[in-house]
Design a protein around this ligand. Sequence first.
Ligand code: NAG
Ligand code: NAG
Ligand code: NAG
Ligand code: NAG
Ligand code: NAG
Ligand code: NAG
Ligand code: NAG
Ligand code: NAG
Ligand code: NAG
Ligand code: NAG
Length: 399
Amino acid sequence: MALLSFLALAASVLAGTVVASCPKPLIIDSDFGSFDDDPLALGLANIFQLWGEAEILAVVISTDYELAAPAVDAIDTFYGHPDIPIGANKPLSNATQTAEYATEYGDYITGLTYDWPEDVRTGYNTTTPLDLYRKYLSEAADKSVTIVLIGNTINLYALMESPADSYSPLNGTELIRAKVAELAVQAAAYGKSYNLYSDEPLDAEFVVDNWPAGVPLTYIGSNIGGNVLFGARLTTELNLTANPVAYTFNHSVGYNVSYKTWDATAMYYAVRGLDDVYAYNFTGGHDVADANATTHWVTCGYNSSENAVVFADNGIGNATFAARLEDILLWQPGDAIPASLTKMAQCTATAASSGVASTTGASATATTSVVPVSSAVKATALSGIKLLPVVAASFVLFY
Ligand SMILES: *[C@@H]1O[C@H](CO)[C@@H](O)[C@H](O)[C@H]1NC(C)=O
Ligand SMILES: *[C@@H]1O[C@H](CO)[C@@H](O)[C@H](O)[C@H]1NC(C)=O
Ligand SMILES: *[C@@H]1O[C@H](CO)[C@@H](O)[C@H](O)[C@H]1NC(C)=O
Ligand SMILES: *[C@@H]1O[C@H](CO)[C@@H](O)[C@H](O)[C@H]1NC(C)=O
Ligand SMILES: *[C@@H]1O[C@H](CO)[C@@H](O)[C@H](O)[C@H]1NC(C)=O
Ligand SMILES: *[C@@H]1O[C@H](CO)[C@@H](O)[C@H](O)[C@H]1NC(C)=O
Ligand SMILES: *[C@@H]1O[C@H](CO)[C@@H](O)[C@H](O)[C@H]1NC(C)=O
Ligand SMILES: *[C@@H]1O[C@H](CO)[C@@H](O)[C@H](O)[C@H]1NC(C)=O
Ligand SMILES: *[C@@H]1O[C@H](CO)[C@@H](O)[C@H](O)[C@H]1NC(C)=O
Ligand SMILES: *[C@@H]1O[C@H](CO)[C@@H](O)[C@H](O)[C@H]1NC(C)=O
């Protein structure tokens, strides 16, 4: 109840006219530049933010490409969120994609950086992922933040091993215990997954084996994303020189083709939960990882708050889910919000049925307006990190 009240208050302050239990605060941890699915997931999160369902507190990067951070900013800026803080580890490299997949996928971070408006220019102009994790977790309401891990585990490892600092007297694991609502991981709870074995498998082993037992951790594996194929309509229906997600998909995967969308399926779960898509697979146990980051689900020992999702037996199924994700990403700022796609009304209904004061009532289905979180708030909170002044996007959406 206290949490709902806080979120409702935060939503009313930040969004002006809307009082709801949403938006859900997110920290996105991405290996931007490795595959085409990170831009899809980031696009989804930005759209969910414009629809009042999510608030991106920060994007932290686990690849070392100098242009990954500006490319992230290009997508955030397109959706009217130019001041979302971005963190990248230094030193950075001039690589622009994962070498082992270079013949398979195109480099998209160079195009996003140079052909779209953004004001980061280089990852050297950003702070570190650890700095952003500690800052935004320490400032968050208790058990409020959803971390979406769509990259490797180096940043979460650094967080879990971090000591108290000027942001918080809590060490990293204590901060997670206090502030994290859930960790959504694009990886499988059993077997090998790219996000766990790439880069530092020992970091993945540590994170999986030492994740605090009471904090929900949900795996969204390749059993989901490997069977949710879309993207063709993004390239045929959107303007490839105007929409950065459409450009990315076309440039990285190709024109009028669909492809696996691992990270997008994890982002959907992170923001909307099981919805009419997913079910949990386990009723007890916890996950372990070995030194090669291969995971196993074990039912001996203790019952954690960990789980993995499967497609629900009575859910919409992979093809309909793929079409829904594609429909969401076809939406662009300025378009009317299709009532069939947004969960905004449910956010408001949750707040109302919980007894939280609502000023919107019937307007949720009529003319609710959604105003992007003030960029001025983010800019002043992070002075010295993103240094260029930016004019806040001020468009208002109606549906
Ligand atoms: C990229 O960096 C490597 C060394 O890290 C250097 O040898 C190479 O010249 C650089 N390439 C470009 C295009 O700057
Ligand atoms: C964080 O604090 C907990 C006690 O709450 C302790 O068990 C753990 O070892 C600490 N971690 C680090 C990295 O200091
Ligand atoms: C989607 O689900 C159907 C029915 O379960 C299955 O046959 C198919 O292989 C799945 N994957 C894709 C990519 O359609
Ligand atoms: C696509 O976007 C570009 C701007 O990037 C614009 O110049 C062009 O007119 C647009 N094309 C169409 C068909 O709207
Ligand atoms: C889209 O991708 C195709 C290759 O699949 C390429 O020929 C075309 O130039 C791309 N379009 C744009 C606008 O980049
Ligand atoms: C895209 O491909 C489908 C077949 O998969 C074809 O029916 C459609 O005409 C193509 N669209 C465009 C715009 O090329
Ligand atoms: C669900 O978990 C069981 C083990 O309990 C496993 O055998 C099965 O493959 C999982 N289902 C899916 C769809 O991953
Ligand atoms: C874990 O949960 C299962 C299913 O609810 C239960 O049968 C089992 O006893 C629990 N195990 C422990 C160690 O609490
Ligand atoms: C990790 O992989 C290496 C090489 O494949 C293998 O020799 C080693 O036994 C594996 N370790 C574990 C803990 O599975
Ligand atoms: C960011 O990076 C660019 C390019 O390296 C550099 O010229 C600039 O001074 C840096 N700082 C800001 C605030 O853009």
